[in-house]
Design a protein around this ligand. Structure first.
Ligand SMILES: N[C@@H](CCC(=O)N[C@@H](CS)C(=O)NCC(=O)O)C(=O)O
Length: 214
């Protein structure tokens, strides 16, 4: 049985998207970061870095314990042999775009975190991370202008990593309007990101909420 240690942020959501895509049974252990549960001895024995997500897979050969969303996505993809090609250029295309997300998530996160909680104290931080976030969206927008999904023509774990982050685009004050919308000319129009958001999964939230109740 798989146990996923989660709370409501974008990194844990990568894992619920993957588990829901796979349709595998799993249990959720809610780690309430607002109550400090991620710093409890109990959770630190699962993830010494005290962050969610984490995952335990109890297999006949023993427990496999993982943390870091990218490592968890790769593990589940390799175990299921889905959403990550096993060899060749296509595999490295996925890993490249996955690692780009993992290493650049803090820019996006800081753009909204500083804005939400440190608006007065961190004007330079807000400016820097918003500029960086805008640049990251430009990279994605160019890529999605020539590919259906982030890593090419196949939906992959790279999309599962990007999607829950760019869903927060409004928090980063980066509006996304479809091409031809009535957004004013002064507003950036992300022609390729907007339709992409419509192509990626949105249904895991409802399914996960149902699972929590049962
Ligand atoms: N690099 C980690 C980041 C994990 C992370 O920062 N998770 C957030 C939730 S989205 C968290 O646990 N935050 C608790 C805190 O900052 O105290 C990953 O990709 O798994």
């Amino acid at each position: 049985m798989i146990t996923a240690f989660l709370h409501g942020g974008p990194n844990p959501r990568k894992i619920t998207i993957m588990l829901e895509e796979l349709g595998w049974p799993y249990e959720i252990e809610l780690v309430d970061v607002y109550q400090g549960q991620h710093l409890s001895e109990n959770f630190l024995s699962v993830n010494p870095n005290g962050r969610t997500p984490a995952l335990r897979d109890s297999t006949p050969d023993g427990d496999i314990c993982l943390w870091e969303s990218g490592a968890i996505l790769q593990y589940l993809a390799e175990k299921s042999r889905r959403f990550l090609p096993e060899t060749g250029a296509a595999r490295y295309e996925v890993l490249k775009w996955l690692h780009f997300q993992l290493t650049h998530a803090p820019y996006l996160g800081n753009a909204h975190l500083y804005r939400l909680y440190y608006r007065k104290a961190m004007p330079f931080g807000i400016k820097r991370f918003t500029i960086e976030s805008t640049r990251i969206y430009q990279v994605l927008d160019r890529r999605l202008g020539s590919a259906t999904f982030v890593a090419g023509e196949e939906y992959s774990i790279a999309d599962m990593a990007w999607f829950p982050w760019i869903e927060y685009h409004e928090w980063q004050t980066i509006p996304i309007y479809p091409h031809g919308s009535s957004a004013s000319a002064s507003v950036r129009v992300w022609r390729a990101v907007a339709p992409y958001l419509g192509r990626t999964p949105t249904s895991d939230r409802a399914r996960v909420a149902r699972r929590r109740k049962n």
